[in-house]
Design a protein around this ligand. Structure first.
Ligand code: FAD
Ligand code: NDP
Length: 346
């Protein structure tokens, strides 16, 4: 069993930014990057995309994989120890925190490592619908992030579709309206789940059209390598009537699953499973446990916001360690709502 001052769990922009700051602060961080953790390669969600065009510093865009390789190198350059294993279990009930991996635990269930502070940066996964044609046209017309992909040329002045009825669907549809010739939002029920203000804005938008009681059943497109989607088969949930519509873009906004399995039941989660952090900080309900990136952010979920929150987590972990672990983070569940007291074990 090995002890570290601070361990970072995850491998996306949040984790690597935290590691860069911690290693430059000479805290010798250990970063567990995972081995296909949550079905995603080390490097996180950006390893599943092509060009990233909105990360500052890359005026011509940068491949998602390349960006994550650069972040990984930068973490290593300052002395982060990167371990290509998934943390399979963690005990946050008292310090030092204990963690177990898939392969390198000690005998008699001894943990692989203990740490005084832990940064959770395990990310989130956009939900997919597994429609026929989805695999073929994923990233060739289909995307789970309008803000990331909406501006690419294949969507310009083309009919676009969004699936979902929540705030993300409303926000993404109005964002896409800047680029597409029209944006149709498919809502499976007869009402939007989005907040009143967002729903009203969407329904009044001149370029957006909402089709209630409608689901997509198949993505259709060019029959060639790297062919683009061209049509969508949709179905009424009332009378099962089907039609095929022109569609050059399909954006899923059907929710995300934060990667919370490791800490569920140990740190405070919100009703959607995101780690609750005190607004503007990375403090979780457990002193010494910090969270950054998409696992604690259901609103923005961008590479740059993850990186920014990784910086915050590192600075707060550094301060926590410098003060001997006596910081007293308080997590506000909702504005004005209850506070969570520090872990009594401290
Ligand atoms: P993530 O990128 O979610 O990575 C976390 C990783 O940690 C996991 O993937 C896994 O490898 C590892 N991990 C998880 N659990 C464990 C564990 N128990 N032990 C060890 N390791 C673990 N954002 C933009 O700003 N611009 C874009 O153009 C853009 N394009 C995108 C395209 C796609 C297809 C997708 C899916 C997302 C895109 N995003 C984009 C969003 C962006 O990728 C995310 O906001 C960002 O990657 C979140 O970073 P994160 O640090 O939370 O970690
Ligand atoms: P939500 O979970 O709120 O909404 C998901 C939507 O997808 C629902 O309308 C749901 O339908 C629909 N859906 C789920 N599965 C399917 C399926 N298989 N087929 C068709 N439709 C499906 O997720 P969001 O990402 O929209 O929002 C997450 C949180 O983030 C919310 O708290 C939201 O308020 C917040 N947010 C706020 C924003 C803002 O204020 N500007 C912007 C973005 C997010 P159904 O309603 O029938 O269940």
């Amino acid at each position: 069993m090995v002890h570290s001052q601070v361990v970072v769990i995850g491998s996306g922009p949040g984790a690597h930014t935290a590691a860069i700051y911690l290693s430059r602060a000479e805290l010798s961080p250990v970063l567990y990057e995972g081995m296909l953790a949550n079905g995603t390669a080390a490097g996180g969600q950006l390893t599943t995309t092509t060009d990233v065009e909105n990360f500052p510093g890359f005026p011509d865009g940068v491949g998602g994989q390349e960006l994550m390789e650069k972040m990984r190198k930068q973490s290593e350059r300052f002395g982060t120890e990167i371990i290509t294993e998934t943390i399979s279990r963690i005990d946050l009930s008292q310090r030092p925190f204990k963690m177990w991996t898939e392969w390198s635990d000690g005998p008699n269930d001894a943990p692989a490592r203990t740490a005084d502070a832990v940064i959770i940066a395990t990310g989130a996964n956009a939900r997919r619908l597994n429609l026929p044609g989805e695999e073929t046209y994923w990233q060739n017309g289909i995307s789970a992030c309008a803000v990331c992909d909406g501006a690419v040329p294949i969507f310009r002045n083309k009919p676009l579709y969004v699936i979902g009825g929540g705030d993300s669907a409303a926000e993404e549809a109005m964002f896409l309206a800047k680029y597409g010739s029209s944006v149709t939002v498919l809502v499976r029920k007869d009402k939007l789940r989005a907040s009143k203000v967002m729903a009203e804005r969407l329904l009044a938008h001149p370029k957006c059209n909402v089709r209630f009681n409608t689901v997509a059943t198949e993505v259709i497109g060019e029959n060639r390598p790297n062919g683009l989607m061209t049509h969508l088969r949709i179905k009424s949930t009332i009378d099962d009537k089907e039609e095929i519509v022109d569609a050059n873009g399909l954006f899923y906004a059907v929710g995300h699953d934060p990667a919370n399995a490791l800490v569920k039941g140990q740190v405070k989660l919100d009703e959607d499973g995101y780690i609750v952090t005190q607004p503007g900080t990375s403090f979780t309900s457990v002193p010494g446990v910090f969270a950054c990136g998409d696992v604690q952010d259901k609103r923005y979920r961008q590479a740059i916001t993850s990186a920014g929150s990784g910086c915050v987590a590192a600075l707060e972990a550094e301060k926590f360690l410098a003060e001997g672990g006596h910081s007293e983070p308080k997590v506000e569940v909702e504005s004005g709502a209850a506070e969570y007291k520090s872990n009594p074990a401290l």
